[in-house]
Design a protein around this ligand. Structure first.
Ligand SMILES: Cc1cc2nc3c(=O)[nH]c(=O)nc-3n(C[C@H](O)[C@H](O)[C@H](O)COP(=O)(O)OP(=O)(O)OC[C@H]3O[C@@H](n4cnc5c(N)ncnc54)[C@H](O)[C@@H]3O)c2cc1C
Length: 476
């Protein structure tokens, strides 16, 4: 492609590698920067690019799953890393799992071998001077570059602890102690489809009521229990104020939890005699975690305690003495932008349209999602270099829905949490009888069909779809 315009990709992780391959295959010369191999983040261990830092699974390949549909769309759109992943796949049932070392080596070799890619090693702290820049430095972007990005988007800070509360099984909760009820008897999840969550006539929450001595015992325990030591790179990271770990809240004062996640207001313990003061001294609330209603998470109980002490903490919650915990709470640093405020669905920064963001920095989460947004940033960088308008995918597609979701206007000014591909973000199917939609498999099949039909039509009618096909045809 004859152009004098320059393009740089910062970060050769999953997103950046895919973006660079998109550009290179479309004929653009791209400079790809990565801090590796001389330095690396505390979660990366290999000198190679596109490193898979944890599980070696890229999720389901089944089109009836959200992640599977996303992969199907990525294949149609000409994703390179998926092709490479399949070359080094290992048996994993219906999922796409890779030999992690073979994958990262294959991607690295492919990037180095491409005549249109120049790899530059070293930390990037300021954006490179290029006509188009893609930033894809991931959840562990170095602090200096994170600061540059903060200034660029005019936000004070970008990185937060990503927190998850413990999850336990519904049938291990002692309902002779706990009770189902919503605060002030208001059903808070009433906006959800009936089939999205199992219904409880009396409310959506399970409440575990505390007496004062039980509450004080929990606070004392939290103040002395052993925590996971912060890694060096996490020490200067802040908490979301609405996502502070319970052990930190307990440290702030004996009453803090009772005015926070454990507040008892608007709740009556039906196990106590009618006519008595039924409001508990404090409560722990549990919220349904899966559609089947078999799992519940502990609301607002993100914690940094070690797993042994977490199990002990849960046993101190009335009604959870014999709880069967399926996942303990975890916290790790995660760097991402407040995309609803700063990003367009094309992945361009609103304030700097020549800068595109890809990967986990966009507020999407997961390997496949990172590759997908890398592919899309690459595609839109090509549009910008060609002088064309950047592209927006139909919202019926999983990738289009994901991009629309992370950049939705109504989330501006509100808390923004990273998200995976999921069925909840794609538009509902109109004209299909409700009883059909109650069947989860059938609903997923129809949503998948709707997505692929929309994508195929879009590719046929859209002038840029030829470029996608060209990219698909090239072997990596
Ligand atoms: C500890 C941990 C465990 C995870 N486990 C899973 C999991 O099991 N499954 C899953 O789906 N997702 C998991 N994730 C999320 C996963 O990181 C992302 O899904 C994905 O790797 C992010 O892709 P990315 O391209 O945005 O960033 P990365 O893949 O992290 O790539 C970013 C690249 O940028 C480089 N870089 C960073 N800063 C600079 C700089 N200043 N200058 C130059 N280069 C720089 C890095 O060296 C790296 O190569 C995990 C994340 C973490 C942190």
């Amino acid at each position: 492609m004859a152009t004098t315009k320059t393009v740089a990709v910062v970060g050769a992780g999953l997103a950046g590698s895919e973006a660079a391959l998109q550009l290179a295959h479309a004929g653009f010369h791209v400079t790809l920067h990565d801090i590796k191999p001389t330095q690396q983040s505390p979660a990366h261990h290999e000198p190679t690019f596109a490193e898979i830092v944890c599980s070696n699974s890229m999720g389901s390949l089944q089109p009836s799953s959200a992640s599977g549909l996303l992969k199907q769309e990525m294949e149609l759109l000409g994703c390179h890393l998926l092709t490479l992943a399949k070359q080094v796949a290992v048996p994993a049932g219906n999922a796409l799992a890779v030999d992690r070392n073979a994958f990262t080596q294959l991607v690295t070799d492919t990037l180095h071998a491409h005549p249109n890619i120049t790899v530059m090693c070293g930390e990037v702290t300021e954006l490179p001077a290029a006509d188009v820049v893609i930033v894809a430095t991931g959840p562990l972007t170095t602090p200096a570059l994170a600061q540059t990005l903060s200034k660029l988007v005019n936000r004070e800070q970008l990185f937060f602890f990503d927190a998850a509360s413990p999850i336990l099984t519904r049938d291990s909760i002692d309902m002779s102690i706990a009770f189902v009820q919503d605060r002030y008897d208001k059903k808070v999840d009433s906006h959800l489809d009936d089939d999205q969550f199992a219904s409880e006539d009396e409310g959506s929450y399970i409440n575990c009521p505390f007496t004062q001595p039980q509450y004080e015992a929990l606070v004392n325990f939290l103040n002395t229990a052993e925590k996971v030591p912060l890694k060096d790179f996490e020490k200067d990271t802040s908490f979301f104020e609405s996502c502070v770990p319970v052990d930190e809240l307990a440290r702030r004062g004996v009453e803090t939890l009772r005015y926070g996640p454990m507040k008892p207001k608007g709740l009556r313990n039906p196990h106590l005699p009618e006519g008595s003061f039924q409001q508990p001294y404090a409560v722990v609330q549990l919220r349904q975690d899966n559609r089947e209603g078999t799992l519940y998470n502990i609301v607002g109980f993100q914690t940094n305690l070690k797993w042994g002490p977490q199990a002990e903490m849960i046993r101190l919650i009335p009604g959870l003495e014999n709880a069967d915990v399926v996942r303990f709470g975890v916290m790790h640093r995660n760097t991402y932008l407040h995309s609803p405020e700063v990003l367009q669905p094309t992945l361009q920064l609103k304030a700097h349209p020549h800068v595109l963001i890809a990967g986990q920095l966009t507020g999407t989460e997961g390997y496949t999602e990172s590759i997908a947004t890398g592919m899309w940033a690459g595609r839109n960088a090509i549009c910008l270099l060609q002088g064309d308008a950047p592209l927006t995918l139909p919202k019926e597609t999983m990738l289009g829905a994901l991009l629309a979701y992370i950049t939705r206007d109504e989330a501006a000014g509100k808390k923004f949490q990273p998200i995976n591909s999921n069925w909840g973000i794609v538009p509902a199917i109109s004209g299909v009888p409700r009883r059909v939609l109650k069947d989860k498999r059938e609903k997923a099949r129809l949503l998948g069909e709707q997505a692929i039909t929309a994508l195929t039509a879009w590719m046929q009618t859209h002038p840029a779809s030829g470029a996608f096909k060209q990219a698909v045809g090239v072997t990596c």
